[in-house]
Design a protein. Structure first.
Length: 161
């Protein structure tokens, strides 16, 4: 069995606070080189440093949320590239989804989550078409993504029947 690749995009608190996305954008866009979509699918993780003493989750920190929104504007393929095993995709998604709440209680509206997933799956399908993925491959990845969200984000709506 072929060993799964693991790539880490390290970002410091200083880079996040300065909103300097250049190096991160360059790194992520390098994954789009010919063959990169297949080579690096499900392998991306983010290493965020400088927030160890912050009690909040990364997705609760306003500058992290803004930084990830800027990254997502230039690279909307994180659902394809991020691994589907750890919490990376969860905190990134929570950074990008509109949240409501107060007093340290945050609510993810089902519609916002579904809109987010639908939009990113459309972007992933575009990437798959450009890289000659078979329809079955795209469907399988979409199933794994939906499964990930059902397991990691219990607000994911369940359908009756």
């Amino acid at each position: 069995m072929k060993k799964k690749k693991r790539i880490v995009c390290n970002i410091t608190k200083e880079i996040i606070e300065s909103l300097d996305t250049y190096e991160t954008d360059e790194f992520l866009n390098s994954l789009l080189r010919p063959g990169g979509a297949r080579e690096f699918q499900d392998s991306l993780e983010f290493g965020i440093s400088g927030y160890t003493n912050d009690q909040r989750e990364l997705w609760e920190i306003p500058e992290v949320r803004l930084f990830m929104k800027l990254i997502d504007e230039n690279f909307p393929f994180l659902l394809h590239f991020c691994n589907k095993e750890d919490e990376t995709l969860k905190w990134i998604s929570l950074s990008l989804i509109n949240l409501s709440g107060e007093n340290d209680v945050f609510i993810v509206k089902q519609k916002d989550l579904l809109d987010f997933i639908t939009n990113r799956l459309q972007m992933m399908n575009h990437l798959h078409k450009e890289n000659n993925y078979a329809k079955e491959e795209s469907m399988e990845m979409a199933r794994r993504i939906v499964k990930y969200f059902k397991e990691k984000m219990p607000v994911y709506p369940q359908r009756n029947g």
